[in-house]
Design a binder for this molecule. Structure first.
Ligand code: NDP
Length: 494
């Protein structure tokens, strides 16, 4: 039997157990067996991490480090990530079941995100203001906000951590990162890289543990000034309520039920590839999954048939095998959720065009087939609710106005795909669809330079892009009296 690996948390530059010694198990979704153990942080562990971060911002090398020097540390971290990408990928794949070919590629790309933020560190500028008063010189400077609580889910943890801690550190903040109980190991490995890169003690802390108490304490802590959260809307509500305790600024990256709109005049191959990537990449466990596929009548049969044909050929298997195209779902709860929504959708009138079962030959692990549901109307459960699994719901439309109405018929608003050869129409659709990201004739593309985030129930704030750096800094306004006379008596009549 393989040995169970042990991890510790990283607090104030040192490895640490939980105060009461409690541990949690992480399960390998491909086998359903425990593969590592990690600490279940108590509130006092979280306090220790936040206090260490607060200290690091007040005294010591981080407090006085130039922005250029911070950028150099981030660059070193990026290089270490790229060097150790294969090991990290293996850890992430074991922890979450995400395909090794996806984790390898994604972690190398995460290094590019850190390079981007490294370069941006010394480009955060203040300004001078053309003020409406004589004898006054007024300028603004940008300063770090304080201790950042960064909370991430289990999917794409390193990427989701990078878009938080990258800009946070570039702008001079210190971070307490809370990993998901379902996939903590890659972030604990990242903590080691931060130490190796030379970040001073307390600047990056990684705590592991349950949402409550670990996440709950972190988001209420009086010394936390900024919260960056990725997860589901229900947890986000807790986070926002908790922030009433510390008035921290909050950004939220939440779920989605994103539409992919396919017009009769599209390049069919491109649309089919976009739909397959948007639904079966990462086994559909992606916040930007394009799981409401809205197809114009003229190509509905052809597009759904070609998607079903490609889905039927997807190679399901061991996520550590580079040839595998779809791995397991990350948790048993995810699998149960997918099956439950599928059953309600079929009972509600949807018909199955492919998939719909656990694949044969996978007695262990939490595998599910790529699944295509034909939905007669948008109120079918699978067309409304986020499944976070490999299930797409296909809906038919006739006119452009119908497409807009269907696309916007959701409380979410993270992303949307539009497939058409008509450039003017793609821009009309882009303007009318309420979503933070629009992909035209492509899907699921991301970049360090491109802001990422949603509308409505999909959250608030943007990650990546230069504007995210502004979100991790704040403005200080400085007034300077340039008059030659001393300041006048405020009560003297003039
Ligand atoms: P959850 O909302 O359950 O958990 C997210 C994180 O919040 C975890 O670290 C969790 O810890 C923590 N948490 C739980 N309770 C609290 C609390 N009371 N206070 C503070 N933190 C808490 O999401 P999932 O892990 O299930 O992740 C899937 C969700 O994430 C999906 O809805 C998905 O759409 C969304 N997502 C959004 C992305 C985006 O960028 N928009 C990207 C990727 C995912 P613990 O694990 O210990 O419970």
């Amino acid at each position: 039997m393989a040995e169970i690996r042990s991890y510790q948390m990283f607090i104030d530059g040192a490895w640490s157990e939980a105060a009461d010694g409690a541990l949690l198990d992480s399960i390998n979704p491909a086998t359903g067996k425990v593969w590592c153990r990690f600490p279940a942080a108590t509130s006092s562990d979280v306090d220790r991490a936040v206090e260490a971060a607060h200290r690091a911002m007040a005294v010591g090398p981080w407090a006085t480090m130039t922005a250029t020097a911070r950028g150099k540390l981030l660059r070193r971290l990026a290089d270490l990530l790229a060097e150790r990408a294969d090991r990290l990928a293996e850890v992430e794949t074991t922890d979450t079941g995400k395909l090794i070919r996806e984790t390898r590629a994604q972690i190398r790309y995460v290094a590019d995100y850190f390079h981007y933020f490294a370069g941006a560190a010394d480009k955060l500028e203040g300004s001078t203001l053309p003020i409406d008063k004589n004898d006054m010189f007024v300028m603004t400077v940008r300063e770090p906000i304080g201790v950042v609580a960064a909370i991430v889910p289990w999917n794409s943890q390193l990427m989701l951590a990078a878009v938080k801690i990258g800009p946070a550190l570039a702008a001079g903040n210190a971070v307490v990162l809370k990993a998901s109980e379902h996939g903590p190991a890659p972030l604990l490995e990242l903590a080691q890289l931060c130490a190796d890169a030379g970040f001073p003690a307390g600047v990056v802390n990684v705590v592991t543990g349950l949402g409550d108490p670990c996440g709950a304490r972190l988001t209420q802590h009086p010394l936390v000034a900024r919260i960056a959260f990725t997860g589901g809307p229900a947890t986000a509500r807790h986070v926002v309520r908790n922030s009433a305790e510390n008035f921290a600024t909050v950004t939220l990256e939440l779920g989605g039920k994103s539409p992919i709109v396919v017009f009769d005049d599209c390049d069919i191959e491109s649309a089919v590839n976009g739909i397959v990537a948007g639904n079966f990449g990462a086994s559909g466990q992606s916040c930007v999954a394009g799981s409401r596929v809205i197809i114009q009548s003229g190509v509905f049969d052809e597009v759904t048939a070609r998607v079903a044909e490609r889905a039927g050929r997807i190679r399901i298997g061991d996520p550590q095998d580079a040839a595998t195209e779809m791995g397991p779902l990350a948790t048993k709860a995810q699998l149960d959720h997918v099956e439950a929504v599928l059953a309600r959708s079929l009972a509600g009138g949807a018909t199955l065009m492919g998939g719909g079962n656990r694949p044969q030959g996978f007695a262990q692990g939490w595998y599910f087939e790529p699944t295509i549901l034909l939905c007669p109307h948008p109120d079918i459960a699978s067309a409304r609710e986020e499944l976070f699994g490999p299930v797409l719901s296909a809906l038919r439309f006739e006119t452009e106005a119908d497409a807009v109405r269907l696309a916007n018929d959701t409380a979410y608003g993270l992303a949307a795909g539009i497939f058409t050869r008509d450039g003017a129409r793609s821009l009309r659709m882009m303007r009318q669809i309420r979503a933070g990201i629009i992909w035209i004739n492509t899907y699921r593309a991301v970049s360090p330079m491109a802001p990422f985030g949603g509308y409505g129930q999909s959250g608030a704030g943007r990650e990546a892009g230069f504007e995210s750096l502004l979100d991790y800094s704040r403005t200080k306004t400085v007034w300077i009296n340039t008059g030659s006379a001393p300041m006048g008596d405020p009560f003297a009549m003039r």
